[in-house]
Design a protein around this ligand. Structure first.
Ligand code: CO
Length: 189
């Protein structure tokens, strides 16, 4: 049996529920859970572990995707690597009770579309999200409240994971009549 989580798929009703606020975010068991979610993402990006455990590679994971309907999420991906492909700089968020406190009018979207560890089928189309968001959360690393200002790709990943806490999946945002409808002012990433 895999030492890693079984990821809840989008046919499960639990993925469509609104997650509950964590009453005591500084609780050791919550911190441990969030760190395990982080470890999952790191493992999923390691080619050897990924193959051994048949993991789908991900840059973000929300608690409901591992069957815990609480407001917690992680984001992890390298932004700089050395010659051997080892990360030298990473985006690493391990957040409990995250909430958006400010967002831009300007929007952006991934030109290649979005994907999700909980979604097997391909849903083509653009998902428009805010270009910039400011998020307040309890940080599982420092065990303190923190404020994150995210733009572009980082903001998109955070909004995708925040959506999971409200039972929303990325393809809910895709225009049904015209999946590739263009918004003039939105920034393509
Ligand atoms: Co997802």
């Amino acid at each position: 049996m895999s030492k890693y989580f079984k990821i809840v798929q989008d046919n499960e009703p639990s993925l469509r529920e609104r997650c509950r606020v964590v009453e005591n975010p500084d609780d050791d068991s919550i911190i441990e859970l969030v760190n395990k979610m982080h470890d999952y993402l790191v493992a999923s990006q390691d080619p050897k572990i990924k193959e051994k455990y048949q993991l789908k590679e991900g840059v973000g994971l929300a608690a409901p995707q591992i069957g815990e309907n609480i407001r917690a999420l992680v984001v992890y991906y390298p932004i700089e690597e050395d010659e051997d492909g080892n990360p030298t700089k990473v985006v690493d968020h391990r957040l409990i009770n995250p909430r958006i406190i400010s967002e831009s009018v300007k929007e952006s979207y991934l030109g290649a579309g979005e994907g999700c560890l909980s979604v097997k089928e391909n849903h083509e189309g653009y998902v428009y999200r805010k270009f910039k968001i400011i998020v307040k959360a309890f940080d599982a690393v420092t065990r303190k409240e923190k404020i994150i200002t995210a733009r572009g790709y980082e903001a998109i990943v955070l909004q995708h994971e925040l959506d999971h806490l409200n039972g929303v999946l990325y393809y809910d945002h895709i225009n049904k009549e015209n999946p590739f409808i263009r918004k003039e002012d939105a920034i393509r990433i």
